[in-house]
Design a protein around this ligand. Structure first.
Ligand code: NAD
Length: 494
């Protein structure tokens, strides 16, 4: 089994204890590691170390911090395939999906390399006679990151590179289901020369999280995970005086207009619904077919879904189109939701249940599933499924499609497929979601833009990534300056 250590003050430690969580290779069902339980005492140590490392790191010039990020960037490139294999092994993504996700993470390191420019403030001369004004962006102190299972490399990379580049110190707590890639990411940053104590890694679950978000010395919390936990992190963190950005779950709608390009729409819907086995907060998990759009796309969509090759992702030479779900327990939950949809009257066009994969009888597999005539009253229409399940809802107009999408409590992403500029304009103007796609099925933003969920998909003010990310990890100081003429001035004039 792999070891799953923590890093405190530059020292790797293996923890022993009872509350360990098994880490699976979802392709085979084998246990490949155990994530240790952690404790409040461990958190206290990690935060104290990060607090002690803060003054020297804060005073390190931004260009030097950026230089470290450039070295880190290169180390990620050099170890790219190793990182992707780790993502695949502990999460089950295909290698193609893992590569895409590590690239999305790497782009955040590249963004952080520009920190000297990103941190620049504004100045205005003579705000009053002889008085100049300037803003400075300074780091906060100790920041923490708590991440979900579904992107073992990308989501941690959303957080600590930018936080550190801004001059903060950091404690990372990865998902106990996928802790191994995070260990590799932290090892690589050590190799890039990061001073001891600036980034610390802890492991564990709820107890560790609660100790982190209430610790006196923590200034800011970045969280990504499910909505109930995001709300808990936000409310608890705020009550304890922290700055919080908490990304939650989602239910994203893809509106298909009758004039949509049929082959491209089917291809995009396949990727949106079944990419990463549907375990994506930006999954396009509900298609809203407007008028005859349903007849135009569903036949080929169903055929494509039935043809999707599902299998082991941990064998590099034989990659399937789609891999397994994260755990047996999660797979059962998704199957139960499919059964509830069927019981509530949805028509199963493609059924992924009961799938057997050759040579991997204990893997957590579920095939692509499409449910048609899903109604807004059904449980499956409202709960985040987080599996390879596409709901199809049918409406007769764009107005009704937007109205249906806007009923959702979430608001992460929404997309429209159409050839009409007018329909696209109406949609992007009126839909209540933070990330909108026009003929783009998964409008997940890249590092230079905020990952900007709305509604119950996000709790906080400043989103992750981009300029908002820099604002989140810094506090602004406004300095007004006046110098009086005096003896020194007179001396210069003589
Ligand atoms: P999760 O909420 O179960 O866990 C996320 C993190 O919170 C983990 O590190 C976990 O240890 C911790 N945690 C879990 N329960 C906790 C509790 N009761 N108290 C304190 N901490 C707790 O989420 P997950 O299942 O790992 O990830 C999937 C979820 O993440 C989905 O809902 C998905 O939509 C969401 N997600 C959202 C985004 C986004 O940007 N909006 C991105 C990726 C994933």
């Amino acid at each position: 089994m792999d070891s799953c250590p923590v890093l405190i003050a530059g020292e790797w430690r293996t923890l022993n204890g009872d509350a360990a969580t098994p880490v699976f290779n979802p392709s085979t069902g084998e246990v490949i590691a155990e994530s240790p339980g952690g404790s409040a005492a461990l958190v206290d140590e990690a935060v104290s170390v990060a607090a002690a490392a803060f003054p020297a790191w804060r005073d390190t010039p931004a260009v030097e911090r950026a230089r470290g990020m450039f070295r880190y960037r290169q180390l990620i490139e050099d170890n790219f395939e190793r990182l992707c294999q780790s993502v695949t092994r502990e999460h089950g993504k295909t290698l193609v999906e893992a590569r895409g996700s590590v690239y999305r993470g790497l782009e955040n390191v590249e963004y952080a390399c520009g920190i000297p420019s990103l941190l620049m403030g504004d100045t205005l001369e003579d705000i009053a006679r002889g008085v100049d004004c300037e803003t400075m962006n300074q780091p906060l102190g100790v920041c923490v990151g708590i991440t979900p299972f579904n992107f073992p490399a990308m989501v941690p990379l959303w957080m600590f590179p930018l936080a550190l580049a801004c001059g903060n110190t950091f404690v990372l707590k990865p998902s106990e289901k996928v802790p191994l890639t995070a260990v590799m990411l932290v090892e690589l940053l050590e190799k890039a020369g990061l001073p001891k104590g600036v980034l610390n890694l802890v492991q564990g679950g709820r107890e560790v999280v609660d100790a982190l978000i209430t610790h006196n010395d923590v200034r800011a919390i970045s969280f990504v995970g499910s909505t109930p936990v995001a709300r808990h992190i936000y409310e608890t963190g705020m009550r304890h005086g922290k700055r919080v950005q908490a990304n939650g779950g989602a239910k994203n709608y893809v509106v298909v207009m009758p004039d949509a390009d049929q082959p491209k729409t089917v291809e995009s819907l396949m990727a949106a619904a079944f990419g990463c086995a549907g375990e994506r907060c930006m999954a396009g998990s509900t298609a809203i077919a407007v008028a005859e759009a349903g007849h135009r796309v569903l036949t080929s969509l169903t055929a494509a879904a039935k043809g999707l090759k599902v299998g082991r992702t941990d064998v590099a030479s034989h990659q399937p189109d789609m891999g397994p779900l994260i755990t047996a327990q999660h797979k059962s939950r998704v199957e139960e939701l499919i059964a509830s949809g069927e019981k509530d009257g949805a028509k199963v066009l493609c059924d992924g249940r009961g799938l057997a994969v050759d040579g991997a009888p204990n893997g957590f597999y579920l095939g692509a599933t499409i449910l048609d005539y899903v109604d807004s009253g059904m449980t499956i229409a409202n709960e985040e499924v987080f599996g390879p399940v596409l709901n199809v809802m049918r409406v007769d107009s764009l107005d009704n499609a937007i109205e249906l999408a806007n009923r959702s409590a979430y608001g992460n992403g929404a997309a429209i497929f159409t050839q009409s500029g007018h329909a696209a304009r109406e949609f992007k103007h009126r839909v209540k979601a933070g990330m909108v796609g026009v003929n783009v099925g998964v409008p997940a933003t890249m590092a230079m833009f905020p990952f900007s969920g709305w509604g119950e998909s996000f709790f906080g003010d400043l989103h992750i990534q981009g300029k908002e990310g820099v604002q989140f990890y810094t506090q602004q100081k406004v300095v007004s300056t006046r110098w009086f003429g005096g003896n020194a001035g007179d001396v210069w004039r003589k």
